[in-house]
Ligand binder design. Structure first.
Ligand code: 5RP
Length: 262
């Protein structure tokens, strides 16, 4: 089955597979959203079913909640869990300080709440997500539908005084209608090209009326697990200042891929 995966999917898979080593019996685990996080949820589900791992999962979207239940993970809300031991999630971009752009899948609000309520946030990503400076990936900003065009104009106006290359915002669409988040909000994607001061931009955006949250995750991520298409995995811990590398053996994952065939 692994032979059928593209190199990027293999990279996402090995990152996800390695990340579940951080999960221990009894933990409350934040479950991210996106294709990489979906691999991680499947890996955890296999550990629950095959090894009797006991965890409670706090999903960051309805999509992830459905998948988690499907693979056998007990799902609880953040209010039930109150605090989280570890959250594992994907990212659209990460830089050398493990600052992130997230929200490509539209789940940035729950993702940021869950990650911030966690002792540890682990990001899983293929190597192509690493950047020197954040901003090539359009920055998602969640806005309430009421007056969204005014919020968009205000954001574009604010961007003129920010250290960014571009100032255009576009409403994310789902076919011919606006994309709607789990909270019933819209997403504006900011085409910035390069973000000179991500800390400042993250704070300024959230001051604009109508903005609910932005996709810059600053000083939230603790560890990044980077996967490569050849099975190599690199784990960087920003707090410990450590880097570890190894290679994942695809043979050990045969059961998981059998599960995924349908
Ligand atoms: C969803 C996210 C995702 O984690 C991000 O878009 C990465 O997705 P993928 O793993 O599919 O590349 O932030 O809101």
């Amino acid at each position: 089955m692994t032979g059928e995966l593209s190199p990027i999917d293999k990279a996402k898979f090995v990152a996800a597979k390695r990340s579940v080593d951080f999960v221990e019996d009894g933990m409350r685990v934040g479950l991210g959203t996106g294709s990489t996080a979906a691999w991680m949820v499947r890996c955890l589900g296999e550990m629950v079913r095959a090894d009797g791992l006991k965890i409670r999962g706090i999903p960051t979207s309805t999509r992830t909640a459905e998948l988690a239940k499907e693979v056998g993970i007990e799902v609880v809300t953040l209010d039930e869990a109150r605090w989280i031991d570890v959250t594992i999630d994907g990212a659209d971009e990460f830089d050398g300080n493990l600052n992130l752009i997230k929200g490509g899948g539209g789940a940035l609000l729950q993702e940021k709440i869950v990650a911030t309520a966690s002792d540890q946030m682990i990001v899983i990503a293929d190597a192509g997500k690493e950047v020197e400076t954040l901003g090539a990936f359009p920055l998602p900003v969640e806005v309430i539908p009421f007056g969204w065009q005014t919020s968009k104009s205000l954001i574009e106006e604010f961007l003129i005084s920010m250290d960014v290359l571009g100032q255009d915002a576009s409403l994310r669409m789902n076919g011919s209608r606006p994309f709607v988040t789990d909270e019933g909000n819209y997403i504006l994607d900011l085409h910035l090209g390069r973000i000179g001061d991500a800390h400042q931009l993250a704070m300024v955006l959230n001051q604009i009326p109508g903005v609910v949250e932005n996709g810059l995750f600053i000083d939230i991520c603790d560890v990044v697990v980077i996967g490569f298409g050849d099975g190599k995995v690199e784990t960087r811990d920003i707090n410990e200042g450590t880097v570890a590398a190894d290679r994942l053996d695809f043979v050990e994952t045969e059961n998981l891929f059998t599960d995924l065939k349908d």
